[in-house]
Design a protein around this ligand. Structure first.
Ligand code: 26Q
Length: 836
């Protein structure tokens, strides 16, 4: 069904709007099933060196992947050539994270070949799903920010924006999480162990990156300073690995270029000859360590030197690549801002601002003012968090030692900015101190957010609320200095992966009801809105949801040996574990509910399964304790015959993109319950709504906008607003008093704190809970009552299945706006200026 639609329609006009002309149409359906099967066997034989009779599932996976990859190459070259020929402006998306997940289903689906691939494999005696699940997730990211970069790559290819993603090819992506006795255990994720059939190594595309050393001044004969020359003490080689990224209907293929570090001299021959064989490999080990592992802390600054090295390494390699490409095509750099938009995904690549300045000043001898103008017109920056602990800053001493020339440049930029603030805008000393690129109180540090801000012509937040808070808080002074720069670009998600691929049953149902035009423009999902009143449709919709829940229940049984009933309400909170995301609020409410069910077994409780999933940063003590608590509470509740069938708790280990693709379509209720003002946007919230879950959430991040789109009656909003949170914090919030006035909450907290769920270590949660009494920074107690009441409204609605389904259908129908195609078009028009 879906396949036919993809194959037949070759209507690309409505996907684009780019200045770039239309690419010649590709006949997506040109290959028939027997030919495809033949190609797979050839690939197996001549590239894998295997005969079908001895091939393993894994061999088949590689063979099929290579066939599909080959089919992307012509398009890829075509896209590149056309951009070059038409002298189109290119977008460079710099991100330390790309959380892509698996690629095979995505590529097949976008090329309209999924069904034919399944048929071809069946004809060879191979089951597609069985080989597809062997593909490892490319988990080169922590969470939201990395997944957003992946959705953006797919959308840029879809809406025909010529773009390159730049990042790091981590050998070890985000760790694999095991749960052992309820505790998180981190294991290395070795996604490259069996090779990576998607990537092309480009040895010829390699650049040297320097660290440390000294800066020499070159003076003219009359003693005037002419220029600076940085003499790095160490060098490593950045080697490019390219992965093609195909858009919907194979429209365009862009490049994701990931850098891998290699030694400039793999073996130090003098040491080797002197018999020091280990010492001879020292360089090699040191270089390769650079791109070995992704830092697993999100929303938390890792102060390690290696992290700063990673940031500079990939920034420097990417900028050399960009500048070289520009020079080879245009022969000069004055036109860089007209032909290149470089986007900073948070501050992680912010050192790029200083690096471009260095290239312009020191390598190309452009004067400071011109270089600064080029730089600002080229860069744009997205902020993803306001949490103070996540704002990146580096000790001046470290920065200076690693990047001595960049430190000088940062000082020079700072002098320029502070002069402007003081003289032109007459800012006072306090404001000057806040605007400075250097934090002066305590250890002196370079503020990467301020650097990214002043070096960019556009600074955007990721939801309407977040953008307003940016203006009022972290960037209040810089916003006064440069009032036009901050703008909003509410996040989005790609409907290909997050609806069509992960929820084929809902996609087919939608096609049946409203035709297939929503596949090219998800706004047309709004045609479903009227079907909310159609009893027959509601039943079909409920059956789709039921089937997705059965699929999840099967996975839960296989992986954990736990039985869950698909007719219960599936209530899901999946995301990184963070105190501000308030998994603790959810658990405490579950404990309170458990208590209620036990005290009032006669009441008509609605059966519910509460799912949790997510990873904690390995060094984040409380987050890990919250995982343990969820598991402890699950053990006690799931075993208690008094609540059997009414309440079950499941902590799903190793939440990742692939698991998200199974859990999200199975959700009835989406938990988006962060302390208002703290979640910049959220994107899980959008994925759940698009798959027909109702949201229970606070007025935080993009929840605010989701509420506006789905309507107040189709979402459960509770709790303090961001303004109220700020107000409570400012005016002396006393959680202890509040807790003591709420018996259900007090009892739940007392139970946890006294060891009801941890009998062998009764004090395990004492500190965690006493934090709620003492300060409760995340307002768990303040929002508890409102949350518990909202959950009882959820139960009430759940009793009325037709009404629940109607609201769920409204959600699906009304969230098309949260497509990352929309987001990317906004970036393309308003920031990058690559679209009209
Ligand atoms: C910084 C310095 C050193 C080491 C690590 C880091 C680091 C790494 C990752 C800091 C932050 C992150 C990730 C942040 C993140 O994922 N933010 C989320 O971005 C999403 C996309 O915009 C939003 O939807 C979420 O609200 C936001 O939390």
């Amino acid at each position: 069904m879906l396949e036919e639609a993809v194959g037949k329609r070759v209507r690309r006009g409505d996907m684009t709007g780019a200045m770039t002309a239309e690419l010649p149409k590709l006949h997506l359906d040109e290959i028939d099933t027997p030919t495809l099967a033949g190609e797979i066997v050839r690939s197996l034989r001549y590239r894998g060196g295997k005969d079908p009779t001895v091939a393993t599932k894994h061999d088949w996976l590689i063979a099929a992947t290579l066939v599909i990859r080959d089919r992307m190459i012509d398009r890829w070259m075509e896209s590149t050539k056309q951009t070059y020929k038409q002298q189109d402006k290119r977008v460079y998306y710099l991100s330390l994270e790309f959380l892509i997940g698996r690629l095979l289903r995505d590529a097949l689906s976008n090329l309209g070949m999924l069904e034919r691939m399944k048929e071809a494999l069946v004809s060879l005696g191979v089951e597609f799903d069985a080989i597809a699940e062997l593909e490892p997730d490319a988990a080169l990211g922590n969470g939201g920010l990395g997944r957003l970069a992946a959705c953006f790559m797919e959308s840029m290819a879809t809406v025909n924006v010529p773009a390159h993603g730049y990042g790091i090819r981590y050998v070890n992506g985000l760790f694999r999480q095991e749960i052992s006795d309820g505790w998180q255990v981190e294991l290395p994720e070795t996604w490259l162990d069996h090779g990576n059939p998607w990537e092309f190594e480009r040895r010829e595309r390699s650049f040297e990156v320097g660290f440390g050393g000294t800066v020499e001044s070159v003076t003219s004969r009359d003693g005037r300073l002419e220029r600076h020359v940085w003499k790095p003490a160490e060098r490593v080689l950045a080697v490019a690995f390219d992965t093609p990224v195909v858009g919907w209907r194979g429209n365009r293929v862009n490049t994701l270029r990931l850098w891998s570090a290699m030694p400039v001299d793999p073996i130090l021959l003098d040491k080797f000859n002197a018999g020091d064989h280990i010492g001879a490999l020292q360089e090699s080990n040191k270089a390769e360590a650079l791109t070995r592992v992704l830092y697993p802390a999100d929303a938390h600054q890792a102060g390690q030197e290696l992290r700063l090295r990673q940031e500079y390494f990939f920034s420097a390699a990417s900028l050399q690549d960009i500048v070289q490409r520009h020079l080879s095509q245009y022969g000069e750099l004055m036109s860089l801002p007209d032909k290149a938009a470089i986007h900073l995904n948070d501050t992680h690549p912010a050192v790029s601002v200083a690096e471009l300045m260095r290239i312009l000043l020191d390598v190309h001898q452009i004067d400071f003012d011109t270089a600064w103008d080029i730089t600002k017109r080229t860069f744009a920056y997205t902020n993803h968090t306001l949490l103070p602990e996540a704002l990146e800053s580096w000790p001046v001493t470290l920065f200076e030692r690693l990047l001595p020339r960049h430190m000088q440049i940062v000082y020079a930029i700072n002098a320029e900015i502070l002069l402007e603030a003081r003289i032109v805008k007459t800012f006072d000393d306090a404001a000057i101190r806040r605007i400075s690129l250097i934090q002066e109180d305590g250890e002196r540090r370079v503020r990467m957010g301020n650097l990214a801000f002043v070096g960019s012509h556009s600074i955007n937040g990721v939801s309407a609320l977040h953008t307003e808070l940016m203006k009022e808080t972290v960037f209040a002074d810089l916003n006064k200095l440069y009032p036009l720069r901050i703008n909003n670009k509410t996040n989005g998600i790609t409907p290909r992966r997050w609806l069509m691929e992960c929820n084929p049953a809902l996609t087919s149902l939608a096609c049946e009801a409203i035709g297939d035009r929503f596949m090219d423009d998800v706004d047309y999902l709004k045609d479903l809105d009227g079907f909310a009143d159609d009893a027959a449709f509601r039943e079909k919709f409920a059956a789709v949801k039921r089937a997705n829940k059965e699929r999840l229940a099967k996975v839960v049984m296989e992986r954990m040996g736990v039985r869950v009933d698909p007719s219960a309400l599936f209530d899901i909170q999946v995301k990184r574990i963070h105190e501000y995301k308030r998994q603790l609020l959810n658990i405490v409410e579950a404990v309170a509910l458990y208590d209620q069910i036990r005290s009032h077994p006669e009441r008509e409780w609605m059966p519910r399964v509460k799912f949790f999933g997510g990873k904690a940063a390995p060094s984040y003590h409380n987050a890990k304790l919250i995982i343990k608590l969820a598991n402890d509470v699950a053990r006690v509740i799931n075993r208690d015959p008094a609540v059997r069938g009414l309440l079950k708790i499941v902590f799903m280990p190793n939440y990742n993109v692939s698991l998200a693709e199974i859990m999200i379509p199975a959700a009835d209720l989406s938990e988006q319950i962060s302390t208002a003002g703290m979640e910049a946007s959220g994107t899980g919230n959008m994925k759940f709504a698009m798959n027909g879950a109702l949201t229970i959430g606070t007025l935080d991040g993009a929840n605010v906008e989701i509420k506006q789109f789905v309507g107040d009656d189709n979402i459960f909003i509770f709790g303090l607003t961001a303004a109220e949170v700020a107000e409570r914090r400012a005016n002396g919030y006393e959680p202890r008093q509040l807790i003591e006035s709420l018996p259900e909450l007090s009892q739940a907290l007392a139970a946890i704190s006294s060891g009801v769920f941890s009998p062998h270590e009764p004090d395990r949660y004492r500190d965690l809970i006493s934090g709620l009494y003492d300060h409760d920074w995340f307002m768990v107690a303040a929002d508890f009552d409102a949350y518990a009441n909202a959950q009882r409204s959820v139960d009430m609605l759940w009793r009325n299945s037709p009404e629940w389904m109607a609201k769920a259908i409204h959600n699906v129908a009304r969230v098309g706006w949260f497509s990352s195609d929309r987001t990317i078009r906004e970036y393309a028009k308003e920031i990058w200026e690559v679209m009209t």
